[in-house]
Design a protein around this ligand. Structure first.
Ligand SMILES: *[C@@H]1O[C@H](CO)[C@@H](O)[C@H](O)[C@H]1NC(C)=O
Length: 92
């Protein structure tokens, strides 16, 4: 019993020491890390039209729906419709 307790204390000590070494190394950088310098704003997604179909909606299915599909019903042209990808830039 005494032996196993000693081993347990030893193992816990080793774990603590290991964490201490790893933590110390991580906290003491030898030099300043290079700071990222973005030259421009976040990349804007290339417009590829209504998401699910890959093009803008036209013709008999002029509305790009909330789901990214084209159609002419109240679902496609209703709330959530994306005017940028719909015919004439409007959900109608
Ligand atoms: C869809 O329409 C938008 C807004 O007019 C335009 O920016 C985009 O290039 C068009 N996409 C396609 C695939 O024609």
């Amino acid at each position: 019993m005494v032996m196993s307790k000693t081993i347990a204390i030893f193992l816990v000590s080793m774990i603590i020491v290991t964490y201490y070494i790893a933590f110390s190394a991580a906290q003491t950088p030898t030099s300043a890390a290079p700071v990222a310098t973005p030259t421009s704003a976040a990349p804007v997604a290339t417009p590829t039209g209504c998401p699910m179909v890959g093009h803008n909606c036209t013709g008999t299915t002029p509305c790009c729906s909330f789901f990214g599909t084209c159609g002419s019903g109240s679902v496609e042209c209703g709330p959530g419709c994306i005017p940028e990808f719909s015919e004439f830039g409007a959900c109608s």
